[in-house]
Every structure is written in C-alpha cells, then in structure tokens.
Design a protein around this ligand. Structure first.
Ligand code: ADP
Ligand code: LRH
Length: 489
C-alpha cells in the first residue's frame, strides 16, 4: 500500500493531499482544497461541520476519479472544539467555534472553583479562554447532561466515516482535561463540569488502525477503499511531526498558520511555576513526546484584515504591499486577547496604535506591515522565554505551514530573532499526518526516518539575520508595548 491521503483542515482552509514515496523521497499531490471559516449567527460563532464532511467525501471522489482505488486515510483539524452525541450517535448541537465569545470570562469563574496552579499541575496546559474545559463550563448544562459521548472535531469526522468513537490523544490533551500523571481524563476536572468519564470514549494513540470506511458510505458515494488510520489529529501535532530533521544544531519550530505556535519537542513536560507564569503549554505529541509551546496570535490578524478589506488582495500581494510600507512604524502587542475575535480587526489595530501614541496604519500595506513587524518581534520575545524555560540555547528556528510562503515575514523573523530561519515545508501538517500512516503500515520505520525523508524531499529556504541599525529603538518601543499588555498575553 503506497497511497496515503491526509485530510488536513485548518481554521482557514482544508485539503486532501495524496502522499506517496519512492527511493526515500516523499511526494505530495493536492487532490482537493476548500475554504474554511466560522460563521456568526445570533451572536454565536459556529463551524459548518456538515460542509467539512461533504468536502472530505468530495475529495475522496476526486481521488477515485484520479485512479486511486485503495489508500490509507488520516484526518487532522484545529484543536479544542467538540461535538456532543446523543445515545443514538446523532449530533446534539451546532459546533461552536473556539473564538465564540461565551468563554470570555470563564477562566475567572473556573478559577474560583479550582486554582489555576492546580489545573496547570494536573494538565500542564496553558490557559487559553477557548480550552475545551472553559467551553464545556460555559455550555448549556441541560444539553451537556444529554450528551452520551463527547468527541473532538477530527474524532467526529472519523466517527462519521467509520462508526467508531475515540478521543485521539494529541488533540484530547488540548481540552485541558487530561492528567499528566494518570494519562487519562482528570476526575476532579470532570466533576467540576458535572461530567463522567463514560461520556468520553477511550483515548487512542496516533497510528491505530480503524479499519475500512463504512460500506454504506463506500456504496453511497462510490469512494476508494480507504483504511482509516488515526493521525496525530491535532493539526499542530501533525505540523510538528512534519518538521524536517535538523541534525547538529538545536532548533525550535514555528508552525505558522492561522496561529503561530512556537516551541520545542520534549520527552518530559515542563509544568513548573515558571512555565505556568509565562503560560507555556505541554500538549501531548505522538510517539511519547510533548509540544512545549506558546500560542501566538499568528496570521489570523492578516486573514481578518484581508477579509474586512473585501479580499481585494491575495496574501502574496499583501506581503508585497507590506514590503513597500515603512518598516517598524507602528506596532501592536499581538497576543493581547483584544485581537482574538474583535468586532472589526482593522479598527482594533488602529485603535491600539492610536492608544499607544503611534501613527495609525491606514492602507492595507501599512496594516500588513504593522502585523508582520509585530509578529516577528513577538517571536523574538517568546523565543527568548523558551530558551530560558528549556535551559538551552536555540540556534535555529524552523518555520513550517502556510506562513513559509511569506518571505518578508520569514526574513523579518530571522532579523528580529538574530538567528537563521529555515523555512519549509509549507504542507508540514499534511506531511505529519501522512508519515503516521506510513509508519503505521510499516512503509517507514519511525519518526526519525520520516523527518530525514522530509528533509530530503522538500526545498527548504534559509534566511540569515540582517543587522538593523534601529534595533535598540525598536526593541525599546516593543518591550514597552509588550510589557504593558503582559498578563493579558
Ligand atoms: P491554517 O492551517 O491555520 O488554516 P495555513 O497553514 O494554511 O493555515 O496558513 C495560511 C496562511 O498562510 C494564510 O493566512 C497566509 O497568511 C499565509 N499564506 C499562504 N500563502 C501565502 C502566500 N502566497 N504569500 C503570503 N502568505 C501566504
Ligand atoms: C492551530 C490550532 C492551535 C490551537 C488552535 C485552536 O490550528 O490547532 O494549535 O491552539 O488552533
């Protein structure tokens, strides 16, 4: 079996990617791509989960039309969001999107019932308003009580394809409900939510074989014979698996998409007081690893600017316009929750600049420049924190994900962190998803071999840091802004 398909659905787009390998080289072919995004209805934010399922079916039909009759299949999506099923296995609700504002103040309410330190000690997970813990706390209690099973989004998509219910670990850890010691759901946290362990299916590890797609779907839609393999279903977990081998020098990764996830892979979690204070997370990885990382607001900022500007410019054009705009003119503390889901991102950026006495970015180019400069500076700040927390110098930053296509941002990042940036591959998430399938069926020995193969198979761009004569002044301004917002970041 040498046909493997990754279903990789990020917050901004989804794709089905065919992966094959020959002579130690992995090749990718995109079979289907579709847009994704949440919609606001009556003041709440929801994903269209049926649309996403339909896109998977349609992608598989296209695979068959392209001559693929047999394959393995893995699914990954963004984290934390959940689906409630009733006793008959039917979906009970629309799927809330994590930027929904119902959880804005829930962290404080939960904090009155259990201390943040106790939750961090148990779970090692950073506090983000949208963690499933807080979302479930805010969920309608009557509806929650009716839930026979609680699945995360990719678990649900696997369920729709196979009828099998599971909670895959890399994604389940982002619920902030898993206990690092027992490696299962934490009873105290479940009690707090008035939920029982039985409402969650068994935990599953990446690589588990779930058998074939259901006969009913195969016949109804004329699909290829797909054997479902449990991927690292959290897109960031797959993205980290898809980071190329880096021998000789110590490196950190930056998964650059809707979010910027900056971190390192560890064998043991770091969940001490220091890590808690600066809000770093220990999400569970495949093959006994942890993703020790920080969520940074990421390219969501430019996605929103582009959307509100009527999609007049492509991302490539926005990067070009930013390249023509004055550098480091206005900065925003990008991790301030005010940017998580503001009514109007462009106005929020402008207000933030005005409030801090900076020139207000007016044009799309100025807005984009403000975003990219600020992101690059935030990577500098969080990389320094990461080095301190892990007690190790980081020599090189490996960027993967859609942001790899933004050469301006990659160069700015190298300049601001003062280290080499290695950018690529852009489809690391699909790759991470695929290599778990390849390892599972025995085509690749292990993740080390997979990463070496990824290193060989894809072009990786190197960006050397360039000195900036204004660095001291820029850092002065940035540190002021960042510390004024700190505590909220
Ligand atoms: P997600 O998986 O979170 O939906 P992706 O990893 O697909 O995100 O990254 C999407 C982002 O990549 C876009 O928001 C955009 O900022 C950036 N991007 C993609 N293509 C380009 C391009 N050609 N030029 C500049 N930026 C790009
Ligand atoms: C990136 C991501 C990230 C999560 C967020 C919800 O797509 O999965 O790792 O924190 O979305």
């Amino acid at each position: 079996m040498n046909n493997h398909i990754a279903v990789d659905i990020g917050a901004s787009s989804g794709r089905l990617v065919l992966g094959t390998f020959k002579d130690g080289i992995i090749s990718l072919r995109e079979i289907h791509r579709f847009s994704n995004g949440f919609a606001e209805r009556d003041g709440s934010c929801f994903w269209d989960i049926d649309y996403l399922f339909d896109q998977i079916i349609s992608g598989l039909q296209q695979a068959k039309a392209n001559g693929i009759t047999m394959c393995t299949l893995g699914i990954d999506t963004w984290a934390v969001d959940y689906v409630l099923l009733d006793k008959q296995g039917n979906r009970l609700q629309e799927v809330y999107a994590y930027r929904d504002r119902r959880t804005d103040h829930v962290i404080d309410e939960v904090g009155k019932l259990i201390s943040p330190a106790a939750v961090y000690e148990k779970t090692g997970i950073q506090q983000l308003t949208f963690n499933t813990l807080y979302q479930l706390f805010a969920h309608d209690t009557a509806e929650l009580a009716q839930a026979d099973q609680i699945l995360l989004v990719p678990d649900y998509l696997y369920y729709r394809l196979t009828g099998r219910k599971l909670n895959e670990i890399t994604n389940a850890s982002t619920t902030q409900l898993l206990n690092l010691q027992t490696r299962d759901y934490d009873e105290d946290l479940l009690d707090l939510l008035h939920l029982t362990r039985e409402q969650f299916p068994a935990l599953a590890e990446p690589g588990e074989d779930l058998g074939f797609i259901s006969d009913t779907l195969m016949e109804q839609y004329d699909l290829p014979q797909c054997r479902l393999i449990v991927a690292a279903t959290h897109d960031t977990a797959s993205a980290v698996l898809g980071v190329p081998a880096q021998s000789g020098r110590s490196s950190a990764y930056l998964s650059s998409g809707t979010w910027s996830l900056l971190g390192v892979e560890l064998r043991q979690p770091i969940h001490d007081a220091k890590a808690m204070h600066v809000n770093y997370t220990n999400e569970w990885g495949a093959y006994g690893t942890y993703r020790f990382l920080k969520n940074i607001m990421g390219l969501w900022l430019i996605q929103e600017v582009r959307r509100l500007d009527g999609e007049r410019y492509s991302f490539a054009e926005l990067a070009e316009l930013a390249g023509q705009a004055e550098s480091f003119r206005s900065l925003i503390p990008c991790n301030d929750p005010r940017f998580l889901n503001p009514e109007h991102m462009i106005e929020e950026i402008r207000t933030s600049c005005a409030e801090t006495g900076q020139p207000v970015p007016e044009t799309p180019g100025e807005l984009a420049r403000c975003i990219f400069d600020s992101l690059a500076l935030s990577y500098r700040t969080y990389l320094a924190e990461l080095e301190e927390l892990t007690a190790g110098p980081i020599e090189v930053l490996q960027i993967v994900g859609g942001g790899v296509n933004n050469a301006l941002l990659c160069q700015l990042t190298a300049d601001m962190i003062g280290r080499e940036v290695l950018a690529g591959p852009t489809e690391s998430t699909a790759l991470g998803n695929l290599v778990v399938q390849m390892i599972s069926v025995g085509n690749i020995a292990d993740i080390e071999e997979a990463r070496a193969m990824i290193q060989r198979s894809f072009g990786i761009e190197s960006y050397a840091p360039r000195p900036n004569p204004q660095m001291d002044e820029i850092l002065n301004r940035w540190n002021g802004l960042h510390s004024a917002a700190a505590g909220r970041t």
